[in-house]
Write a protein that binds this ligand. Structure first.
Ligand SMILES: C[S@@+](CC[C@H](N)C(=O)[O-])C[C@H]1O[C@@H](n2cnc3c(N)ncnc32)[C@H](O)[C@@H]1O
Length: 148
């Protein structure tokens, strides 16, 4: 239904959890290298439970490679704490790409700057950011909800 992109994820349980979210929503999980772990990591599989092998998983050498392999009409939304536009103000369409950054640093500044009109945020207060898998769940399930 959707495409979830994790750019340079570092923590295996987060990616395992996002894999489960993707499976539960018939979405594809894209991982952009470098990864902070091996795809065979035990913690990754544990977080994905018994289902990890069923996740529709694509691994890319770079975000540019991922984009080059998609149709020109593909839409990308970049999740960041650094903008004001709220994710719930977007009308998502099936097939959209939801792009998340790494746990320690977020998305690269150049990627955000080049796609500033497609950057969105989850409004919050009292903390610098949400956990990666939590952020992915919030936005992915809002996108799915809008399809009903
Ligand atoms: C742990 S956060 C990264 C924190 C990093 N220090 C930063 O300032 O971006 C990992 C990813 O989760 C997503 N994320 C976390 N909280 C978010 C929020 N409130 N709004 C949008 N995206 C969020 C972003 O994609 C972020 O790159």
């Amino acid at each position: 239904m959707f495409n979830v992109v994790l750019v340079e994820p570092e923590i295996p349980p987060n990616t395992g959890n996002v894999g489960r979210l993707c499976l539960a929503t018939r979405s594809t999980l894209h991982l952009v290298k470098p990864l902070g772990f091996s795809i065979q990591d035990r913690q990754l599989k544990r977080a994905g439970l018994d289902y990890w092998h069923e996740v529709d998983l694509r691994v890319w050498d770079s975000f540019a490679d991922l984009q080059a392999a998609q149709s020109p009409g593909a839409r990308y939304f970049f999740l960041t704490t650094k903008v004001q536009r709220a994710y719930c103000d977007v009308r998502f369409r099936s097939g959209d790409f939801l792009v998340f950054g790494r746990e320690t640093k977020g998305l690269p500044e150049n990627l955000l700057a080049a796609n500033i009109d497609s950057c969105i945020t989850i409004p919050m207060h009292g903390t610098r950011s949400l956990n990666l898998a939590t952020a992915a769940a919030i936005v992915l399930f809002e996108a799915v909800r809008q399809q009903y």
